[in-house]
Structure formats: structure tokens, C-alpha cells
Ligand binder design. Structure first.
Ligand code: NAD
Length: 285
């Protein structure tokens, strides 16, 4: 069994982004800028935003966080997005999800200029992903593809079982795999007999949020396991959706939690923001 080391690859990518930022400054006298909207006091959202901000600082981006109270109005968020869409110093806009129930999340995501949509959640970018055109791809599944690529794992013709079908993880994961010529099955909460599907898989991608969802008897020998889940166990440890201790004995490759997909997600946010900055710099020329 080999560990797919997302932490190491993310560090390498950060190094490359740092070099590219320095080059961009010399060539265009501009610094990539990321704006984040954070609504409310959810500790997990605050932690994610803080990690993203630190990563921006490490690579030399300009970043700004708009912190808003839980009872913020739809209009106030929309006005902030409109301002950031116009702001020449902002290349990427990230809305930290989830937003509170009074907010129409779909409308908010649709307001982000697709050229600044570094999370890849705007329907324009979703459409481009599904049709295999260049655009912004959601960071978590994009990070998974880069991790597979780093270890020369080709998904072409492989039976891939994606478990979890959210707009930010499962669905874009399935699209990327299909675009790379994998045979893709997508499972979710209503899937009958999950084990039947996982036992048929060469590669399992699980992003659900259920501790130990994937157990030893659900995996055939030599399977590749990509654990996207992030959960807090009873003793406060960060764990994924896979029973790592037992499943890792049967598989050929596996991502650890932490240190697997999580760091890749942040690395992809940096590379998506750099991509947006380069495109915006070209437009200014
Ligand atoms: P979500 O709640 O939006 O979606 C969960 C999906 O899992 C749904 O499609 C649901 O049908 C499915 N599901 C739920 N219970 C299931 C079960 N018992 N069997 C099969 N399918 C089931 O969640 P999300 O935002 O997609 O996040 C999923 C997980 O991925 C969470 O643990 C989250 O923390 C994690 N996540 C990790 C990263 C990362 O960087 N590693 C990024 C985003 C999300």
C-alpha cells in the first residue's frame, strides 16, 4: 500500500505558485488578489477561511476577507460581490459556504463574475466542466485529479465509484473522471446496496461526511481509495469517511486524512487564483 501524499504535493504546488507570482509582478506589475466572503461565526468556516488566507500570504497574493454577521441581508452580500466584480485588484472571489438560510445561495453564486469564479461554482463554469471546456474547476475534485496525476495513476477505462453527489465534490469529481475517459458510477444517500458498487470499483472516491462509511469488506484487493471526507471523531481527531486502519491493508493506494485531499484543495485555490490573475492581466494589456 502506498500513501498518496497530498501534503507534499500541495507544498510543491505552492512553491511553483510563489515563483509564478514573483514573475507576474515583474512582467505586469500586478499581484494576484483573492476576496473571501465569510458570513457568520461557524467555527469550521472560520478555520477554512483562515487556512486559505495564510496560504495566500505564503505565496504572495493580496487577500481580503469580508466578514459579515449571520443576519446579513441578501442585498448587502450582493452589493459586496458587485463591488468585487468591479475591483481591478481582485482576481478571485470566494464565497465561503454554507450561507445562512435567509440567503439565496444560488443567486449569490450566479452573481460572481465567471472570470473571477475561482471556486468553479458558477453555472457557466459548471457547464464548461461538463462539456470538457477550459474554465474554473472546483478545487477539491481538481486537487484529486492532480494527486492521481502525480502518482501516474491513469483513470482511463477504470471503474470509478464516486460516493457523494454534491455540487462541490461528487458531481464535479464525476465530470472530471468522465472527461478523463473513466467509467463512472455516482452513489449517494439513496443508493441501494453501496457495497455492490464499491466492490466493483478500481478506484473509490468518497466525499460524504460519515465516519467509517467505507469498511474493509466493501473493497476488493488492490483498490485505490480517495478519501475526501473530513470529520471530527469523538476524541477530537480529524478523520475521513474510510476505516483507514483496516481498508489500507487491502488497497494499493490511499489518501490519508489529514494530509491527503485537504491540502490539495487549498493548493488548487491558489492555482485557480493565479490562473484568474494571469487571464485578467492579459485583458488589461
Ligand atoms: P453534502 O452534505 O453537500 O453532500 C453529501 C453527499 O453525500 C450527498 O450527495 C449525499 O447524498 C451523500 N451521502 C450522505 N450520506 C450517505 C451515505 N450514508 N451513503 C452514501 N452517500 C451518502 O457534503 P459535501 O459538501 O459534498 O461534503 C462531503 C464531505 O466532504 C464532508 O465530509 C466535507 O467535510 C468533505 N469535504 C472535504 C473537502 C476537502 O478539501 N477534503 C472539501 C469539501 C468537502
Amino acid at each position: 500500500m502506498q500513501i498518496l501524499d497530498g501534503k507534499a504535493l500541495a507544498k510543491k504546488i505552492e512553491g511553483n505558485v510563489t515563483n509564478e507570482v514573483a514573475k507576474l509582478k515583474v512582467q505586469t506589475n500586478s499581484t494576484p488578489g483573492l476576496a473571501v466572503i465569510l458570513v457568520g461565526q461557524d467555527p469550521a468556516s472560520q478555520a477554512y477561511v483562515s487556512m486559505k488566507k495564510k496560504a495566500c500570504d505564503r505565496v504572495g497574493f493580496y487577500s481580503v476577507t469580508h466578514e459579515m454577521p449571520e443576519d446579513i441581508s441578501q442585498d448587502a452580500i450582493e452589493n459586496t460581490i458587485a463591488m468585487m466584480n468591479q475591483n481591478q485588484n481582485i482576481d478571485g472571489i470566494l464565497i465561503q459556504l454554507p450561507l445562512p438560510p435567509q440567503i439565496d445561495t444560488t443567486k449569490i453564486l450566479e452573481l460572481v463574475n465567471p472570470a473571477k469564479d475561482v471556486d468553479g461554482f458558477h453555472p457557466y463554469n459548471v457547464g464548461r466542466l461538463v462539456t470538457d471546456l477550459d474554465g474554473f474547476v472546483p478545487c477539491t475534485p481538481l486537487g484529486v485529479m492532480q494527486l492521481l496525476n502525480e502518482y501516474s495513476i491513469d483513470v482511463k477505462g477504470k471503474n470509478c465509484c464516486v460516493i457523494g453527489a454534491s455540487n462541490i465534490v461528487g458531481k464535479p469529481m464525476a465530470s472530471l473522471l468522465l472527461n478523463a475517459n473513466a467509467t463512472v458510477e455516482v452513489c449517494h444517500i439513496f443508493t441501494d446496496d453501496l457495497k455492490k458498487h464499491t466492490l466493483n470499483a478500481d478506484i473509490i472516491f468518497v466525499g460524504v461526511g460519515v465516519i467509517n462509511l467505507i469498511k474493509e469488506d466493501m473493497v476488493k484487493d488492490g483498490t485505490i481509495i480517495i478519501d475526501i471526507g473530513i470529520n471530527r471523531s469523538d476524541n477530537g481527531k480529524l478523520v475521513g469517511d474510510v476505516d483507514f486502519e483496516n481498508v489500507s491493508k487491502k488497497c494499493s493506494y490511499i489518501t490519508p486524512v489529514p494530509g491527503g485531499v485537504g491540502p490539495m484543495t487549498i493548493a488548487m485555490l491558489l492555482s485557480n487564483t493565479l490562473k484568474a490573475a494571469k487571464l485578467n492581466a492579459q485583458k488589461k494589456d
